[in-house]
Design a protein around this ligand. Structure first.
Ligand SMILES: Nc1ncnc2c1ncn2[C@@H]1O[C@H](COP(=O)(O)OP(=O)(O)O)[C@@H](O)[C@H]1O
Ligand SMILES: [Mg+2]
Length: 397
């Protein structure tokens, strides 16, 4: 019979610590972010002298190291062990309202209030009482702050708290992946939230290589990952918004592929395949969120493309292209079968444009031939997979 020690010891020959490639892993070094870290620490440093920190707002695209940097700064702040300083990180995907944020702050520092049901006013009073006891400096990191539904209220409350407090201060380090998010705040909250701001630029290929080269020996067994595979993953991620998370994901998936195939080294081809898998995954997620009519249209195209008896298609270098009119007919059949009237040709063309913009289909204009000017349509991803995705996710079959 198996024992846990056997399961644990039947270890991988590829990975030594897969966790080091996870997006939740917080590295203890953040190369290429020294300048940003210093500026963040300068904004927060006053709390160590009993003064209010500057509210700081960080933004930049996903995978540019914002969350890691914020956690790094909090860790350093905690390491100072100043009894009057309390710091807290939260992700606003989870704490997505003024009430929840306030509740999280008070229950972290004051576990007596951990149960729910207190009114906002009570929580607010408790927070101020607790801070005033010894003039606490509280620093709150609100990651993905754009997820807070009533953010203007939250910022207003935080600002008011500082006016109401006789001793101590509350400051915010806000973080957002949405580069244009600040514009959506009202002017007053914007100016109090963004006393200082800091933009995280995308990493270039060389920086990503540097990051990966530190992470690879932590995650993989020696000599498993070829240098050229690291460079390829970096180049791909650099061309996709300079996202370090994506670069790490590419290597993780490449490693898993190699492991499944019982091979021993990660080479360029594996990174290529892992990119394909990642793109497909993304596309399939998008399919799940499309408006119903667009899903049905895509489904119609996928059923045509998986129908072996269907011959009215154009083959071009192994790629199968379908006549737009034929796809519309199939779409109309599919919708009718489901008891939903099909939309008109005009709408149909709009849907196609949107699907093309998402990379789910490609359109080719064909000038020649008996039919004169026609549009040919090609599915962006493997038809059988698209069909299964829609059948299971959307039609619930
Ligand atoms: N400068 C860096 N050095 C090492 N790893 C990094 C660096 N920047 C980002 N990462 C890694 O990339 C991933 C994404 O970083 P994260 O801080 O979550 O980005 P963001 O919050 O901007 O989306 C994490 O796994 C993190 O460890
Ligand atoms: Mg983040």
């Amino acid at each position: 019979m198996p024992e846990f020690k056997d399961v644990l010891s039947s270890s991988s020959t590829i990975f030594v610590n897969k966790q080091a490639l996870s997006p939740h892993f917080v590295p203890d070094q953040l190369p290429f972010r020294e300048g940003e870290l210093r500026r963040m620490m300068e904004a927060v440093a006053p709390v160590l002298k009993g003064q209010k920190a500057k509210n700081l707002f960080l933004y930049g695209k996903t995978g540019t190291g914002k969350s890691s940097s914020a956690k790094y700064v909090l860790e350093k702040l905690e390491a100072e062990k100043n009894p009057h300083v309390s710091a807290l990180y939260m992700n606003c995907r989870v704490f997505d309202s003024r009430y929840r944020v306030l509740q999280k702050i008070i229950t972290t520092f004051h576990p007596k209030f951990a149960r729910t049901g207190y009114s906002f006013a009570v929580l607010y009073e408790k927070l101020l009482d607790w801070m005033e006891e010894d003039g606490k400096q509280v620093v709150v990191v609100l990651d993905e702050i754009d997820m807070v539904k009533d953010l203007d209220n939250l910022v207003y409350t935080m600002t008011r708290a500082n006016d109401d407090l006789r001793k101590g201060n509350l400051s915010i380090l806000g973080v957002s992946n949405k580069v244009d998010f600040k514009q959506r705040l009202d002017a007053r909250s914007r100016s109090s939230l963004c006393e200082e701001e800091l933009v995280f630029q995308p990493y270039n290929a060389e920086q990503l290589s540097g990051i990966l080269k530190v992470r690879v020996p932590m995650a993989f067994a020696p000599n498993v990952v070829h240098d050229s595979a690291i460079h390829l993953a970096s180049a791909i991620a650099a061309s996709e918004n300079g996202d370090a998370r994506y670069a790490l994901l590419l290597l993780l998936r490449a490693g898993e592929l190699v492991e499944n195939e019982k091979r021993t080294t990660v080479v360029d081809k594996d990174v290529e395949n892992s990119r394909k898998a990642a793109e497909e995954e993304k596309a399939f997620e998008i399919i799940g969120t499309l408006p119903e009519q667009q899903q049905l249209l895509l489904y119609a195209l996928a059923t045509l493309a998986t129908d072996v008896t269907y011959k009215r298609l154009v083959e071009d270098g192994g790629e199968k292209l379908y006549f737009s009119g034929e796809v519309y007919e199939r779409y109309a059949t599919v919708t009718k079968k489901l008891g939903k009237p099909p939309r008109t040709m005009r709408w149909y063309r709009e849907y196609l444009k949107e699907l093309e913009a998402l990379g789910l289909v490609n359109m080719v204009q064909s000038g020649k031939g008996v039919r004169g000017h026609t549009t040919l349509i090609k599915l962006g991803y493997e038809a059988a997979r698209v069909r299964t995705i829609i059948e299971t996710k959307v039609l619930g079959e």
